[in-house]
Write a protein that binds this ligand. Structure first.
Ligand code: MG
Length: 152
């Protein structure tokens, strides 16, 4: 994820990032926000990019995780449905076409981002820990990715 070319995204017309939390910004193995990702988030305004968290997580602790990251959050977003992305874009004052969705899952983040008309960036999951229902989707991801690698 640190390899994402923020300047190139901004130059292509992207004004904001809609970011997944679990295993995109924070690992699911409880190890917390890394200093590298914290400084990456802090650099977004300098790159001319707004940011909003869009998470399918429905547990109460997702708000504590958003506070740790320091960005506002749409929780229970029901990705791949586009409503959470649309609400976040609206809160940022941009259209979803001016957003890039960044996430670690094809069937929630990337499919949802495409349905919302956004640019999409698939990143490597931060940990190999996944929720049980995600493990099922991971198997299908491996088939459709056919050996291609996400952005690291
Ligand atoms: Mg995720």
């Amino acid at each position: 994820m640190l390899a994402i070319d923020l300047a190139a995204l901004a130059a292509s017309g992207v004004k904001a990032l809609l970011l997944d939390i679990d295993n995109t910004l924070l690992p699911l193995d409880q190890s917390g926000l890394s200093p590298e990702i914290a400084s990456w988030i802090a650099s977004l305004p300098d790159a001319g990019l707004g940011a909003y968290l869009v998470s399918n997580n429905w547990h109460g602790h997702i708000h504590a995780r958003a506070d740790e990251i320091g960005l506002p959050v749409i929780a229970k977003a029901a990705k791949p449905l586009p409503f959470g992305f649309r609400a976040a874009a609206r809160a940022l004052g941009v259209s979803t076409r001016e957003c890039a969705v960044v996430g670690d899952q094809v069937f929630t983040d990337i499919l949802g981002g495409r349905l919302a008309g956004a640019t999409t960036v698939l990143v490597c999951p931060l940990s190999s820990t996944d929720l049980p229902h995600t493990l099922v989707l991971r198997r299908i991801e491996r088939v459709i990715m056919a050996g291609r690698r996400p952005t690291s």
